[in-house]
Design a protein around this ligand. Structure first.
Ligand SMILES: [Zn+2]
Length: 266
């Protein structure tokens, strides 16, 4: 399976060096993720297509509805009016983009380049999150399920769900991928080590939060400053979301309870 990384040219505090999008060239050129509409991204896709037997983009597969993955769809449709925009539905988020999204469901097989990709529903970072597996090579396009060189934000108050996220990581392990291609950061050639590290990281964070609650640390803000010492103020909103994601999981498991924004163990 041949793919080419086309950078989206959108560096920032939440996107690192900027998003990776991936072009699968061949019979039916397909782009994974839409970027944000930067003209250098659209030109990058067009330049890569020149080397393809078919120089028109046929489809854009969007891993999830966050703006850095989806908002570039209008610019791509302006450049290639026939292109099909496809993603798993997330109705309240999809309405932000003035295009028709062709729905993708878990398990769908999608011709892409000279291969076929399988859609793998992997909610947790976002409810509509999809990975795309090339089962011949074992390459998995992971969107934001993993981030090369970092951990993943679970936006607990806007569609994030830690229980679902952990199940998605387990599901990816069971697929035995050989290589992960994330939307941020470098490729990962030892998927098992990284995913196990992610699972261990969440478990130790949970242990830390539970211990703090048992010791009487009882609000989200106090938990944030307890768990993340010396945190960059810019990152506090993300840290709050992450703590909240753990609290919601622990509440579902009936290990903690909440009353008027105070959290206590059961
Ligand atoms: Zn995202």
């Amino acid at each position: 399976m041949h793919y080419e990384l086309i950078p989206a040219h959108n560096p920032g505090p939440y996107t690192g060096a900027g998003n990776n999008t991936y072009l699968l060239n061949g019979k039916s050129p397909v782009l994974i993720d839409a970027g944000t509409g930067d003209s250098r991204h659209v030109t990058g896709v067009a330049d890569a297509l020149i080397q393809s037997p078919s120089t028109s983009l046929t489809k854009v597969l969007v891993t999830h509805g966050h703006a850095d993955h989806a908002s570039g769809i209008s610019a791509l449709m302006t450049r290639w009016p026939e292109v099909v925009a496809a993603k798993m539905p997330w109705p309240e988020r999809d309405d932000r983009y003035s295009v028709f999204w062709t729905p993708i469901a878990d398990g769908d097989l999608i011709p892409a380049g000279d291969t076929t990709l399988q859609a793998v529903h992997t909610p947790g970072h976002a409810p509509d999150h999809l990975c795309f597996l090339d089962s011949t090579s074992g390459v998995l396009f992971t969107g934001d399920l993993v981030v090369g060189g970092s951990t993943v934000m679970i936006p607990a108050s806007s569609g994030g769900d830690l229980v679902a996220y952990l199940a998605s990581l387990q599901r990816v392990l069971s697929l035995k991928p050989t290589r992960l291609l994330p939307a941020h950061g470098p490729a990962i050639d030892d998927p098992v080590t990284l995913v196990r590290h992610y699972l261990d990281h969440r478990q130790s964070r949970e242990d830390q939060i539970l211990a703090a609650i048992r010791a009487g640390v009882d609000t989200v803000d106090r938990l944030v400053s307890h768990v993340y010492k010396l945190l960059d103020p810019q990152l506090i909103p993300a840290a709050r979301e992450s703590v909240l994601a753990h609290l919601k999981k622990l509440r579902v498991e009936e290990r903690i309870q909440t009353d008027a924004n105070r959290w206590t163990s059961t």
